[in-house]
Design a protein. Structure first.
Length: 241
């Protein structure tokens, strides 16, 4: 989680945002790759293999979050026992999970950015009007296309990559990016999201993780120690009469 990663993320956002802002039809062309005009539906929308893969992706994301959740729960049960994993790692994992796929993707953007999903636009047999990624004035009333929620959760696994031992970090980041991309392609194949929905899901997830990581680890005025987190959790122990 350094400035190089931030520059790359912002460069990707700028390049994709500019190109697809000037040529919004590219989103439709990419979505059309997954659309079967003879059947009039996206070719993975109800495929059993796709549904199993989607469930597996959700479980894998949950699995990545479990160590931090279990460690925190055990600390609340036995406050005087040392944390099973470093305190800052727990905060990074759980805060970014709540903020990136939780608040930014599902509570803020998907509920207020009215971009219809591919499966709902007229170009693919729906009754809503296509909107480019930057236009929130769509027909979708809620749970809309921008940004992609499940890929946001899959890209969130970069938070786990940020706290693994340094020798494993590059592999972990690569795996997280590959996982997020794969989930994004799955959702595109079902007509649930456009390409730009997936790209910006990855960008927003990274930016949330980058900021929280900086607060906890890098910035001198805000960074804290694992011991400080542990002491703060111990102070939450209820006092006995």
């Amino acid at each position: 989680m350094n400035r190089t990663g931030l520059v790359i993320a912002l460069a990707v956002a700028a390049a994709v945002g500019l190109v697809f802002g000037m040529r919004p039809d590219l989103d439709l062309k990419l979505a059309a790759l997954f659309f079967d005009p003879e059947r009039g539906e996206f070719w993975r929308a109800y495929d059993p293999t796709y549904l199993r893969a989607r469930d597996a992706a959700v479980w894998l994301t949950t699995l990545v979050a479990m160590p931090a959740s279990i460690a925190l729960a055990l600390k609340f049960v036995r406050p005087r026992r040392p944390l099973l994993i470093p305190g800052r790692a727990i905060l990074l994992m759980l805060l970014t999970l709540a903020l990136a796929p939780g608040v930014v993707a599902n509570l803020v953007l998907k509920e207020h950015w009215g971009r219809p999903r591919p499966i709902d636009v007229a170009e693919f047999g729906g009754d809503e009007h296509f909107r480019p990624w930057w236009d929130p004035r769509g027909d979708c009333p809620k749970n809309c296309s921008f940004i992609a929620g499940e890929p946001s959760g899959a890209f969130w696994t970069m938070a786990g990559a940020a706290v693994v031992p340094p020798q494993w970090r590059a592999l972990a980041y690569g795996s997280a990016l590959a996982f997020g991309t794969a989930v994004g392609v799955l959702r595109m194949a079902a007509g649930a999201h456009f390409f730009t929905d997936v790209v910006f899901a990855g960008v927003f997830s990274f930016l949330v993780i980058w900021v929280v990581h900086g607060w906890l680890y890098r910035w001198p005025r805000t960074r804290i120690s694992d011991e400080a987190v542990e002491r703060a959790l111990e102070r939450l122990e209820p006092k006995r009469a």
